[in-house]
Design a protein around this ligand. Sequence first.
Ligand code: B3K
Ligand code: ZN
Length: 847
Amino acid sequence: DGTTYLADYTPYPFNIDKVSLRFRLAPHATRVQAHIAMTPLSPGAALRLDGEQLRLISAAIDGVALTPSDYLITPSGMTIHPAALPEAPFTLETEVEIAPEGNTALEGLYMSNGMYCTQCEAEGFRKITYYPDRPDVMAPFSVRIEGDLPVLLSNGNPVASGPGWAEWDDPWPKPAYLFALVAGDLVAHSGSFTTASGREVALNIFVRPGDEDRCAFALGALQRSMKWDEEAYGREYDLDIFNIVAVDDFNMGAMENKGLNIFNSKLVLASPETATDTDYERIEAVIAHEYFHNWTGNRITCRDWFQLCLKEGLTVFRDQSFIADMRLGPVKRIEDVIALRARQFREDQGPLAHPPRPDHYREINNFYTATVYEKGAEVVGMLRTLVGDEGYRKALDLYFERHDGQACTIEDWIKVFEDSSGRDLGQFKRWYTDAGTPRLRVTDDYADDTYTLTFEQHTPPTPGQPHKAPRHMPIAVGLLSPNGNEVVPTTVLEMTEARQSFTFTGLSTRPVPSILRNFSAPAVLERATSAAEQAFLLAHDTDPFNRWEAARSLARQTLMDMTKGAPPAAEYLDAIGRLLADDTADPAFRALILRLPGEDEIAQALHASGTTPDPEAIHAARGALMTTLAQRHEVALSATYESMAVPGAYTPDAAPAGCRSLRLAALALLSQIDGARRAEALFASADNMTESLSALSNLITAGKAEGALAQFRSRWKDVRLVMDKWFLVQASLCPPKTAAERVTTLAADPAFEWKNPNRFRSLLGAFSANHAGFHRADGAGYRFYADWLIRLDPLNPQTAARMSTAFETWPRYDKTRQALVRTELERIASSDGLSRDLSEMTARLLG
Ligand code: B3K
Ligand code: ZN
């Protein structure tokens, strides 16, 4: 049925010694000539090459043309029969024709507003030429580009160029998925970097004319990343030039092609007027992420796509550590855990749950998931916790030394930790092979100056994995005395059994435990605690993560109870009052505590506790709690709002961004009770997008945004990335009852360019985040969403499939909603000509 299995891996029977490509660019008929030098490794093997949507013009071996009886062509590739192949090294030459202009899937070679650009990961190179398109086949590439455009780019170092042509040479052997080509009318924002060993590297950020004044931040982020990778990992850059190109039409965030990273323009372009603090932070993280791939991904790549988290989990872990170093570490950790729970725990809870290393797939593009990326990063973080910081550095040094230039597996990775630390990580490996979020039940006991913590772990069933063995889990714990002093500092307990107890002796009073500090393992902690104990931890814990966690669970529990008619918990309201008064705490940290859990998080928590979530009740409870907080703490909030105003010109640095974040968290609460007058004033006066967009958001929530929306639109109608925000805030924040009608109107707006993935996500993705609107009881939200997936799929299957994950939470809800979602999923599944991408997703979603 087209399923690929990990167990079926076999090495490629040829070595590719060298690849030379020549592109003659034309929108409807680009010619690609490939000259591939190869050595047979296993006599008698047929030569199987991947290739899709290619028109073969000619093929020859060692200069002799092949005849049609020498090979077989199918829609997925070309096989040259063994009889037509020499036994000694030979060269294969092919020429194909492709049509980048008609390529709406944005995979392979495609066009975006007159510019040529490529996206090859995972399996896009096969849409460019016949080739063994698999990551374990690595070769040096040289490329000649001919085309009537001023900028012609490919991987590696520039060799020579003239009007209408350019030649590039990449000396580092690479898999085809890292190939890239860009051609267009572009301008560069340039800089340089001198590596630790003195190599001078030219840096360029290529953008459309007019965008060059929004590149400075990205360039700085690149320079900071290059420096950090030298210091933290001892990794230097290895070419003379590093190019980044921004494109408007892109399926994901960015791509780490060797020496030529290609980015979604939203992750490059930034100015105070057009980008928010969150955009700036995200740009810095993604620039770092793609740069870090040069070592973790490119120099050492994956043997096959099942090993994707080998490069992605590690590289996310690296970019998270980088941002933690550049900004406030604990705040960054909290943000990462919020995102992990919102995306990965949600995935683990539903029909799409899969292990960080899956063992089968139909379409690999469907596995670029929160589990592979974010959970993959958590697993690396646990390894570091287990072997310690020095042990981690030793392991990584060994990884680079042993595997540079190779295509590796998770087994190789674990072996490096075992060999460098002397530890047995056999049980730890389950984190890679088992799906699901472990539940960790905790009980405690105190007698004779001895305190005992008992943990029980259990991982619920996930598709294809009904039973799970216990995992090796690092549980960081500290103990506080009832007067708030820490009596046992952070200690890492290693749990390996299903049920296990740990004792602490010499304690004269019963301590209060702080468990899973810094979120030392991606598990759900189940422990019966009182609101008073949470408030105590919020006030006294020395671990900033767990201080925040205490506030979060108080808020979550309060909201869950409110959906069932209870009043807000006094402990929570009081704790927020104390927090507002505590100006020793960092503003960014206080902002995180002030911001309530989102509606989806509340729904997730209700479901996990055995209650069917009611989206309207959740929406109402969250609004009611915001109003109560605002009424109760109006004076303090108002003072916070005023005192956190940042004087002077905008900078995206962590400190002013933290003040803005606290200020705007206060504004969101105050807007519930002040008739949105502060938001109105801020919208009129703001000189930066962070405040402007936040003011607009509050006006939308308050139902007073029509004038502001019109004004915003007329000011920004020509700036795509800002118009995306105009769609996004409306779709995500408009009143749920009429959200389906609102997004229907927005979809009919001439500015809704639905073929552009950013714009599509700004409307549809944002709508799916309007929890009560999307899950409206009559199914209008589901219907609207499914209509658009069906419409997008024939053009851009990858984005359509990715966005179908909005439906992954359906088993949480009541029978009526479940039936409505199933109807839509079945309608999608039975659409004519459904892509492999979306058909795999609907099959998994339906279970
Ligand atoms: N490696 C790319 C993702 C490619 C996704 C293909 N569907 C970006 C990244 O993780 O850095
Ligand atoms: Zn990546």
